[in-house]
Design a protein around this ligand. Structure first.
Ligand code: BGC
Length: 753
């Protein structure tokens, strides 16, 4: 449809029809099954109103979608097709590592590939929009949804976020195999006080703009077609009623011109927030704030027509929302083909096809972070060199040995029971030297967690299971324990005050490591954990997050050294829960501590615990070692505001500086390093962080090989929100750090003039 035709259609639509476009419900209103991801309110709709609804969420079944679409197009007075939206977060049927793990890969290209596969699978099912990427900056591991975000760093999140948008949408959302992306949750949802789910957010204007908006902005710049409001309150106004946030910042300043949808029931929740007296007022506030679609309530449907007729809401507000929604439908090509790619036969060839599973297997090791590897316990030494091709007896145990739930929350595989378990993959290797034990219990995947112990075994059965594992551990040369959080311990509504492994698993680790010191812990988690005791007990610790469909195979690839774990932490791991929120990009403070030997009293931090992370942002090992040369700079002065002055400037300042290191693989295996470049602005009109990630590169080298790794530094990289609220740089001294992680001391200094 041309833009004029679209405008003509809009003019012809009745007010009720227009409001219908602004409503999203679940297929339940059509009597169809769907995934319910929030409280299911009572929605009683007349036939007439049902016919006007503009979009549905929660089904990825191509037959259901085709059937509903056919009826919808026939019934809608202007035959306007529906939008089908779904949470395709970590993949559709081929499940990839969770977003936090994708952050750890520092590999936007890989992230883009996973998103484009997810888009292929979802669009073949008939889905038009995915509620992804989630780009909330996360700095408090107690919050359950940290697993959905790439992590704590604005730049890393921005690079992963824009890659995901490109992966989902391609060049044109109307093309086959593409879906529209929806950035969420706007804004600041990642910073609830105390890490408590759905709680208030307090962010200074500086922190909000410098850190929290960065990744959302990158997604907008990448052309993301939709955005979702967040549940939280910011500056005492819930996002779905926050005009400053939605109109002034998102649309005005950030340049977003797509469709803004509320989060699940967030319009009606304005009442509970205490900002609207009733559903009518909630609808008024949300539409005034610029929320185009009301997800999962009928506040708009029941109240907007009357609000417009009574003159309380200008019809122009409804028109602008509907215009955006129709434009998206048109760009998806739905007026020509309302089913887009929905094809029940095609999905059989697309879903979980070999090529996609191969990508799932290859991507996961890039996200695994090796946190400890004492005496090179890993990779498992299969060949002892005695000509037998091996010989070590290895015990594999723990609750994840037999688990199919190797994926994270927000994954909805149709056949979770077909996801291979670790034991199944180990048995396929057909190695008689492997021993197996359950070790301890874990509740079934679907259990809604409350306060019960996380084991399905009685205390006595647990003791028996541990005893059995210990007997085998005593015979084994090495032990691999597959441990971790229950799948429901992270995700929405899963905040925790404890960041520890479930107690039955700790008991297993304590007892087994006492009889076999070559114990390796493989950890499934959706958040940073407190690992001090785990690392005292286990000789090696490999964090595999929630790796997805091919998780078991990918883990074995890494354990047996067929590939290496090449992820680095995208979120700091704390020493104790009391350190949260925790992130590397902090302020030095007026009474700093620089090292553990500095006194603690009257200095920044705690008296009973160190200030720094247990494992820092960027940390992680591989199976080889790397050395870094000192940082070299191509110039000592960088030209500020006017780069044209470069070269002609009397001070000899350059338009850009190249900072470089020579990286050498000093180990005996080919391996990958993630070279990280941080900048520090020594003084500013406002306090500047101790350092900020500004560049990174994955580099693979053969043993003995060296390579120069350059990073270009230009003035725009040095900009921030200054004291007067403007965005720009300030002259002065800067440090460039290039090294293995966020604690590197390898640095050089330059001046911005
Ligand atoms: C979540 C969103 C999600 C939506 C739809 C909400 O509860 O906060 O992230 O996209 O449900 O399922």
């Amino acid at each position: 449809m041309t833009a004029q035709d679209l405008e003509k259609l809009l003019q012809e639509m009745s007010l009720e029809e227009k409001v219908g476009q602004m409503v999203q419900l679940s297929p339940a209103v059509y009597g169809k099954d769907s995934v319910i991801t929030g409280p299911a309110g009572e929605v009683a709709l007349t036939e007439e109103k049902t016919a006007l609804i503009g979009s549905l969420l929660g089904t990825g079944d191509p037959e259901v979608i085709r059937r509903i679409q056919k009826e919808a197009v026939a019934r809608q007075p202007h035959h306007i097709p529906m939008l089908f939206m779904l949470d395709v977060i970590n993949g559709d049927q081929t499940i990839f590592p969770i977003n936090l793990a994708l952050g750890c890969s520092f590999d936007p290209d890989m992230a883009e590939r996973t998103a484009s596969i997810a888009a292929r699978e979802a669009s073949a099912a008939g889905v038009h929009v995915t509620f992804a990427p989630m780009l909330d900056l996360v700095r408090d591991a107690r919050w359950g949804r940290v697993m959905e975000s790439p992590g704590e760093d604005p730049t890393l999140n921005a690079r992963i976020g824009e890659a995901l948008v490109h992966g989902f949408q391609g060049e044109n959302v109307g093309e086959p195999g593409r879906v529209a992306a929806c950035l969420k949750h706007f804004a600041g949802y990642g910073a609830p006080e105390g890490g408590r789910e759905y709680d208030n957010v307090e962010l200074s204007e500086q922190t909000f703009r410098n850190d929290y908006l960065t990744a959302y902005q990158a997604a907008v710049d990448a052309g993301c077609r939709m955005a979702m409001t967040s549940f939280n309150t910011l500056n005492r106004v819930p996002s779905s009623a926050n005009r400053v946030l939605c109109r002034q910042i998102l649309r005005g300043e950030m340049g977003f011109d797509g469709v803004l949808i509320s989060d699940y029931a967030a319009v009606e929740e304005l009442i509970s927030h205490g900002i609207a007296a009733d559903r009518r007022e909630a609808a008024k506030l949300a539409v005034e704030a610029g929320v185009d679609i009301d997800m999962m309530t009928t506040c708009y449907l029941d109240n907007l027509p009357d609000l417009v007729r009574s003159g309380e809401v200008p019809e122009a507000l409804v028109d602008e929302a509907v215009r955006r929604i129709l434009r998206l439908k048109n760009d998806l090509g739905l007026f020509e083909n309302p089913y887009k790619d929905a094809d029940a036969a095609a999905v059989q060839n697309v879903w979980c096809c070999d090529a996609f599973r191969k990508e799932a297997r290859a991507s996961a090791p890039e996200t695994f972070v090796l946190l400890k590897n004492k005496e090179n316990l890993l990779p498992l030494d299969v060949d002892t060199g005695d000509g037998s091709g091996g010989g070590e007896k290895i015990l594999f145990a723990g609750p994840y040995l037999d688990s199919h739930a190797l994926y994270g929350s927000w994954s909805f595989p149709n056949h979770p029971e077909e996801i291979p378990t670790l034991r199944e993959r180990l048995e396929q290797r057909g190695d008689g030297r492997f021993l197996y034990a359950r070790g301890c219990g874990m509740l079934p995947d679907k259990t809604v967690l409350t306060d019960h112990p996380l084991s399905d075994l009685t205390p006595a059965q647990n003791v028996e299971a541990v005893d059995a594992a210990c007997r085998l551990a005593a015979e084994a040369d090495r032990v691999v324990l597959f441990l971790g959080e229950h799948i429901r311990q992270t995700g929405e509504g899963a905040s925790r005050t404890s960041l520890r492994l479930p107690e039955p698993q700790m008991e297993l680790l304590r007892r087994v490591s006492a009889v076999n010191r070559n114990t390796i812990a493989v950890l499934f988690t959706g958040r940073p954990l407190v690992l001090r005791e785990v690392e005292q007990l286990a000789g090696a610790v490999l964090c595999v997050w929630r790796p997805g469909t091919e998780g078991a195979q990918a883990i074995l690839d890494v354990l047996f050294g067929e590939t290496e774990p090449s992820g680095r932490l995208s979120m700091s791991f704390p020493r104790a829960e009391g350190q949260e929120p925790l992130y590397y990009s902090r302020f030095q403070g007026g009474r700093p501590r620089f090292s553990a030997s500095d006194p603690k009293a009257y200095r920044i931090g705690y008296i009973d615990e160190d200030y720094w992370a247990y494992h820092a942002f960027g940390a992680g090992e591989g199976y080889t070692r790397f050395s870094y040369s000192p940082v070299s700079l191509s110039a000592a002065k960088l030209c500020g505001a006017d780069p044209d002055r470069a070269g002609t400037d009397a001070s000899g300042a350059a338009a850009q500086i190249t900072a470089a290191v020579t990286l050498t693989n000093t180990g005996r295996r080919r391996g990958t390093e993630i070279v990280q470049m941080y900048l520090r602005d020594r003084t500013g009109s406002v306090v500047r962080p101790v350092r900020e990630l500004k560049g990174f590169r994955r580099v693979t080298l053969d043993p003995g090989e060296s390579r120069e790794i350059p990073f270009v530094i230009a003035e725009p990289m040095l900009r921030f929100i200054r004291l007067d609220g403007t965005f720009g740089s300030e002259p002065g001294l800067f440090d460039v750090y290039i090294g293995h992680d966020s604690t590197t001391d390898n640095s050089a200094a330059f001046a911005l003039v």
